[in-house]
Ligand binder design. Structure first.
Ligand SMILES: *Cc1c(COP(=O)(O)O)cnc(C)c1O
Ligand SMILES: [Zn+2]
Length: 425
């Protein structure tokens, strides 16, 4: 045994049998080269991104329906061990799919659903991906659970780490909204605010991941495991529709991971015979102040030109999105599109969703609902098709975005006459 391999054996604990469920390896999305399962995220041949590959067992609808009311009902399709439910975690997922008739009427759509992920444990869809990353970190024997974040991810990592009893360190851009800072700091002593934008924070995280041993950065070195968590959004939508796929779906795009994984989930369900095959148009939503994928779609480019983000939709503010090119492929292939709207349109859409459906979304959801509205108005999206829109986060985290738009209709004296005089209703 060489000196090097003996050190590796000493520092890297042996991974137990079944640690990653039915996952069999990592494959490069670009060249297909395969690697062993582990904390790897770039192809050693071509530096392309790595993705989990599986040897799925036969899974039935009944088996899934008999599972818990959280993402682990789909554990056979995720890179997690069969006993995942016995390890403390936040049990995210199985959020409501709400029929949105009022919003549909307002927009002129015949059938619309809102997948409301704002009700996850830390109020964004990030709890799904973090639960899968946490499992990987645990199985790999990581000592620190960490992330660079635009806000929601830091909340989810800090909370999940607290519950799992693993040390957390979360890095955010220093100009984040106060609620998002507090929602991380409440769970961890190690919130690090970095003077820079998300892309700077992400670069710093990659550097630390390369230098420090035993750190699991959820969206860097265990990203292939993390990303698979987004598939559960697709599985749930299909199951909640009665084991069917929608005709079209609108999804917000930051790194683009979620959109690509919802698409992957739909394809897997078809392959496993759990839903009937049919075309599903996939639409991506961005805010104009950070719209590199939408711009590439409009221009017909095959590459993404990175931008410097400047938008109130901070959870979507990734100027150099890792999965942007795959979003382009999917939206083009499925007959969808990627579009963007201004910050004012984002604000208006937050109010619109709240007033029509009683759902308070954050700026990312405002972006998604606003883009849906724009796509209908511009005739890009067929209003007769059954549509799903994903609300990925909660409005209480981005209160500032709408504080000037809504408020008391009047401030009055506590008398009936004052109420009448105010002429409110
Ligand atoms: C992170 C995030 C997204 C987008 O996620 P990607 O997978 O990086 O595209 C969307 N909405 C909210 C609220 C988020 O926090
Ligand atoms: Zn490769």
């Amino acid at each position: 045994m060489t000196a090097q391999s003996s050190t590796q054996a000493a520092t890297r604990p042996v991974v137990r049998e079944g640690a990653f469920g039915h996952a069999t390896g990592l494959a490069c999305r670009e060249c297909g080269a395969t690697q062993e399962l582990g904390p790897h995220y770039v192809c050693s041949e071509c530096f392309g991104p790595l993705e989990i590959v599986y040897d799925f067992p036969a899974v039935t609808r009944e088996q899934i329906e008999a599972g818990p009311a959280n993402i682990w009902r789909y554990k056979a399709l995720l890179p997690v061990p069969d006993d995942i439910e016995t390890s403390p975690n936040l049990e995210p997922g199985f959020t409501r799919l709400l029929r949105a008739d009022n919003l549909a009427a307002e927009l002129g759509l015949s059938r619309l659903w809102v997948k409301d992920d704002s009700t996850n444990p830390t109020n964004s869809f990030k709890d799904r991906v973090v639960a899968c990353a946490l499992s990987a970190a645990r199985e790999l024997g990581s000592k620190v659970f960490a992330c660079p974040s635009t806000g929601n991810l830091a909340n989810a990592v800090a909370a999940a780490g607290a519950r799992a009893g693993i040390k957390t360190v979360v890095f955010i851009p220093s100009n984040l909204e106060t609620p998002k800072k507090v929602n991380s700091a409440i769970y961890t002593e190690n919130l690090v605010a970095v003077d820079g934008n998300y892309d700077d924070v992400n670069k710093l995280a990659s550097e630390i991941a390369g230098e420090e041993d035993g750190w699991a950065f959820v969206n860097v070195n265990v990203r292939p495991f993390y990303a698979e968590g987004s598939k559960t959004l697709g599985y749930e939508i299909a199951e909640q529709l009665g084991w069917r796929l929608p005709d079209q779906i609108v999804i917000p795009v930051a790194s683009g991971s979620q959109l690509t994984k919802v698409h992957k989930a739909f394809r897997e369900l078809v392959k496993l015979g759990l839903v009937e095959d049919k075309p599903v148009k996939i639409y991506g939503a961005q805010a104009t102040g950070c719209s590199p994928v939408s711009e590439a779609f409009r221009q017909g480019w095959d590459a993404i030109k990175p931008v410097r983000p400047d938008t109130i939709a901070k959870s979507l503010a990734i100027g150099n999105p890792a999965d942007g090119i795959y979003v382009l492929d999917i939206c083009r292939e499925t007959g969808g599109a990627v579009a963007d709207i201004s910050d004012d349109e984002v604000r208006d859409a937050i109010v619109l969703l709240a007033r029509t459906e009683g759902i308070f979304t954050e700026t990312a959801g405002g972006t998604t609902v606003g883009v849906l509205k724009k796509l209908v108005e511009s005739g890009v999206l067929d209003p007769e098709l059954e549509t799903v829109v994903i609300n990925t986060g909660h409005g209480l985290k981005t209160l500032d975005a709408v504080t000037d738009l809504v408020g008391p209709a009047a401030t009055i004296a506590p008398t009936y006459q004052a109420f009448v005089d105010a002429d409110i209703v």
